[in-house]
Every structure is written in C-alpha cells, then in structure tokens.
Design a protein around this ligand. Structure first.
Ligand code: SF4
Length: 326
C-alpha cells in the first residue's frame, strides 16, 4: 500500500433549489443532496475507481476534490493538512499537486489554440521551462513531438486529444490525477490505449489516481481499489478484484448484472425502479425502495460500513452484514 496522499472525510455537497411560486413566500429551503458523507483515501501508485450510474454524485465528488466547487461539509486533506481554497495563489498551489482530466477532451481544449500553446501555457503557469515540452508529449506517447505540436484540437483524433489533455495535466507535475470518465467519450477501440497509458503513468510517476466511471468492468481491469456510489453515498468498497468478483451490496450486484454479457441471461425484473430523487431521498438505506433483500429496518436506519467476508478492507453499507461483522 502506498503512502496516503489525499483523504476525503465525510464530504457533503448540497445544491440549493431555487424557490418558485408560493414556495418563495415560505421559509422552506430545499437542496439536492448530491453527495452525503463520502470518505475515502487516495494512495501513491494506486488507482481508486469510483463507480456508479448517472446522477449518483461521483462527478460532483471529483469537482469538489479538485476545489472547483466548495464542499457543504466535511474535509479534504492533502498529506494530512486540511485544504479549502477559493482561488488565487492557494488554488494554483493546490492545482500543482491535484489535477483533473475531464470527460470530453474536445470541450476541455481551446479550439483556436495549438497543442504547443496549451502545453507551453501549462508549463509556464506551473513554473516549468518550455524545454520540457517534448518530454511531456513523449510521456503520453505522442511522438515524434513535432508531428503534433502545431496541430489544432480538431486535427487530432479523440484519443490524441485526450492524450494532450493528460499531458497538460502532467505539466503541473501533480501527485494526484482526478480522471472524470476519461474514456467514455472515446471510440471503444481506443479506450484501452488511454487506460493503459494512465496505468503506465501511475507506475512511472507514482501517481494517486481517482478514476470516475459508470463502467464497472473497466474498474476491474484498471483500478486497484473500487468504491461504489449510489444516490450520493458510497455503499461498498474494497480491492477491485473482490468488489467485482464477489460483490456484497445488492446495488453492486445489480450493476454487475446490468453489464452486457452475451453468456448470461438475466431476468429484466430482478431489480426494478429508478434512482431516487436527491431532493427528498429515502430514509434509512437509500437503496431500500429497489432492494430485493430489504428488511423493515432498512427504511428507518442508514446502515454503517460493515466488514464483509475474509478479504481485508472489503466492506458494504448494508444491514445484511451486521451479524457477520459483530
Ligand atoms: Fe438492501 Fe437493506 Fe442492504 Fe439496503 S441495507 S441494500 S435495503 S438489505
């Protein structure tokens, strides 16, 4: 296990809902509870996947950790020091150590500037010489550099654009990469290449990577550890092999059953329903309205993290494991 670089402790992020009509005359204040009590650690030389369906709050976690959005509660610690920055020098200093890679490389690169401009600017902002430019392109396997330096984003393929976005993030010399669905906008044929690149970079540069994805199969392939999010909460965690091969939480089992597999026939009504509203989420376990194993207490009390099985570090927030843990 590598050194802990970044810790997230009991993070919450609520977005106030604008009051309309009669509601504006009342004191009622409602909020979308996008993230509620999320805790995890990122370690040097390890990839941690955060898996969940759309709207589960995983991208919000990445934005808050990147300090692009302030948390409503909880703490972010970098090397044990609590960090909360709003801009200016402190933000730049934080960005030097924690960089984000966005889902859509076409949107994250400026279409009127060349690769040379994007990367030189990143190096300059973070106090590095422009002479590091060829090395940066070599790190993301875009070589020879002169073939790419004067190209505009629209002259590159999707995979090459994402590699430029990764090179720009590396220009800061970060310790942590927050990769928000980094391959979901790419053609299936080039996804593996970008994931392999991130894995090589993790090993060469000893990076801690948070990999946000809705694809649990890619988490198994790429990540060392996996966290599963449902309706703003983390419901299961452990090493990726265990979480994906022996899922404990009924929601993780649903995610795995939903992954396409021509060899398996699943009954479409095994688990029905939709994710709940995060303005007024269900009491107790947020999965209980959909859970085929729900018990009376599931709708009243939120389950804590409970150890599962005999693999160290494997846990699930589910009352089914209460006896096993005690
Ligand atoms: Fe299902 Fe209850 Fe476990 Fe929630 S706590 S996942 S409702 S069994």
């Amino acid at each position: 296990m590598g050194e802990v670089v970044l810790e997230v402790v009991e993070m919450t992020k609520h977005f106030p809902v604008r009051r309309r009509g009669r509601e504006a005359l009342t004191r009622l204040r409602r909020a979308v509870r996008a993230v509620d009590g999320v805790s995890f650690t990122l370690r040097r030389g390890r990839v941690t996947a955060m898996v969940g369906e759309s709207g589960s709050g995983k991208s919000t976690v990445a934005k808050v950790v990147a300090q692009l959005d302030p948390p409503t509660g909880g703490e972010i610690r970098l090397h044990g020091q609590s960090v909360r920055v709003r801009g200016g020098r402190a933000f730049r200093a934080y960005c030097r150590r924690v960089q984000m890679i966005f889902q859509d490389p076409f949107a994250s690169l400026n279409p009127v500037h060349t690769v040379r401009y994007h990367l030189t600017r990143a190096l300059r902002v973070h106090g590095r010489p422009a002479a590091d430019l060829p090395e940066l392109l070599a790190q993301v396997q875009l070589s020879p550099p002169e073939r790419y330096l004067d190209k505009f984003p629209h002259e590159l393929s999707g995979g090459q654009r994402q590699r430029v976005a990764i090179a720009r993030a590396l220009g800061a010399g970060p310790e942590v990469l927050l990769a928000d669905e980094p391959v979901s906008m790419l053609d299936v044929s080039i996804r593996l290449g970008v994931l392999n690149l991130l894995r090589d970079l993790k090993e060469q540069l000893d990076l801690a990577i948070l990999y946000i994805t809705h694809d649990i199969a890619s988490a198994r392939y790429f990540a060392d550890d996996t966290l599963v999010m449902y309706a703003g909460r983390v419901v299961e965690g452990g090493d990726s092999e265990t979480v994906t091969q022996a899922p404990a939480h009924p929601y993780t089992q649903l995610l795995i059953d939903s992954a396409p597999d021509p060899e398996r026939r699943i009954s479409p009504d095994t688990v029905g329903g939709e994710p709940p509203s995060l303005i007024d989420p269900p009491a107790g376990c947020r999965f209980h309205p959909r859970c085929p194993k729900a018990m009376a207490r599931c709708g009243e009390q939120a389950p804590p993290r409970l150890e599962v099985g005999d693999r160290p570090g494997h846990w699930a927030a589910c009352w089914l494991y209460e006896e096993a843990a005690s």
